[in-house]
Write a protein that binds this ligand. Sequence first.
Ligand code: FES
Length: 121
Amino acid sequence: MSTWDLSTVRHHVLICNGGSCMKKLGDETTLAIRDEIAQHKAEGLIHTTRTRCNGRCEDACVVTVYPQGIWYKEMTPELGRRLVREHLLEGKPLEDQMIYSYETSFVPTGKGRAGVSRIKQ
Ligand code: FES
């Protein structure tokens, strides 16, 4: 068990470790992201959490970054390392992998599957 001081954290990265994402390199991507953070000694800036299913299984492996509210699809260990370097440390999101950004609600980029609407007609 851990209780981290989050007062220096700029990014919270949620890495999906649900069943579909684990079949698409979820564990390897988690370890690569955490290793890249450690190599840059950025543990105080970036907090990571393994999650259960995020409800976007066709986009596995899914990684989300808060507070920006950016959702990424089809992440791999190498893309996870780029995520740390380019988005989290340099402020340049990985545009090709982005499926949602956030304004007052999530905004689809058009690069992910449409998904099933929950709005009842
Ligand atoms: S298992 Fe990752 S989105 Fe469903």
